[in-house]
Design a protein around this ligand. Structure first.
Ligand SMILES: [Zn+2]
Length: 311
């Protein structure tokens, strides 16, 4: 495979220009096996994984124009990845990501420990707990919206230090769903899962294909996994192939190869699971399910409902 082909794979996954992708291959940040550069540290991979879980779970099926996590493209030239937000979803996505205390819910919504930092017209979300960050940006270098507090919630992100609730929630997140919570967790397992989700975040142009038909997908998490369910358009098997070509699982330890449930090529489920030492049970990490029932709502009806949501 030539460098040319690697640059095209990177371009198709990120939405970056061909020239930038070509430069990435020349700089040896991209390879035939993993065309999109990986995060530079464990903390960075972990933070990016938390971004994926936070946005997927809160957006659910409210995406517009196929932006599964509210992200239309990504620029990974710098160490801090730049996530390009959907113009209408941007303001909402920013507020979903930042931590708010919801007294009715009795917990933190958003990403505990995330704080906005403004600098030279840029909006960077940094992790108070680690050396990690993501930049939230708009297409064509437009200024990103200022973060706004969510109604009837305490804007914890406005405080410099993490609140007690944030600290507690983050500790719970770090432990939830991890094998052997009561035992020392094997570091490589954490790395593996974080890298998988970080790579998904860095491949929005592939991930967004699941929402290509109707503009949205049903996205959710049980804590540390990710489920994407949709109806028509790209199939679960096509998604698996596209993600494989982009090196999604390359050299990630402690995960199972794709498990294919069902024989129908258009309707079914593919799952990547966490590999347990005992092999007696496995927990899903990434579930892609196609062939669900198409929505009865017309595109106009949905657009009206979403306009009210994003107002
Ligand atoms: Zn459909």
């Amino acid at each position: 495979m030539s460098k040319f082909r690697t640059a095209v794979l990177m371009q198709n996954a990120t939405g970056m220009t061909y020239q930038s992708c070509r430069q990435s291959t020349l700089d040896r940040r991209s390879s035939h096996w993993v065309p999109v550069p990986d995060p530079w540290s464990r903390a960075q991979a972990h933070f990016e994984a938390l971004v994926v879980h936070t946005l997927a779970d809160q957006l659910r099926d409210r995406q517009l124009d196929g932006a599964v996590l509210g992200i239309t493209a990504v620029d990974v030239r710098a160490w801090v990845p730049k996530l390009i937000l959907h113009p209408t979803m941007a303001s909402y996505v920013i507020s979903l990501l930042l931590p708010h205390y919801d007294s009715e819910y009795g917990g933190v919504r958003g990403l505990p420990g995330a704080r906005p930092v403004h600098s030279h017209g840029r909006l960077v979300i940094v992790d108070r707990l680690g050396d990690a960050a993501v930049e939230l940006a708009m297409a064509n270098a437009a200024a990103p919206p200022n973060p706004t507090p969510r109604p009837e919630m305490r804007a914890d992100w406005r405080q410099h230090t993490m609140t007690a609730e944030e600290t507690e929630e983050r500790a719970w997140w770090e432990s939830k769903g991890r094998p052997g919570f009561d035992k020392p967790v094997e570091q490589s397992i954490l790395n593996a899962e974080d890298l998988l989700f970080s790579r998904l975040l860095r491949r929005p142009r592939i991930v967004n294909r699941v929402a290509g038909s109707h503009g949205f997908v049903n996205s959710y998490t049980h804590g540390t996994d990710l489920v994407l369910e949709w109806c028509c358009g790209v199939s679960h098997l096509e998604m698996r192939n596209l993600l494989d070509q982009s090196g999604l699982t390359h050299q990630i330890a402690h995960i199972t190869p794709w498990n294919n449930l069902g024989a129908d090529p258009e309707r079914g489920t593919v799952i990547i699971e966490r590999q347990e030492h005992s092999h007696s049970r496995s927990e899903p990490l990434l579930t892609l399910r196609s062939g669900q029932t198409c929505p009865s709502e017309t595109p106009d009806e949905r657009r009206q409902r979403m306009d009210a949501w994003y107002r």
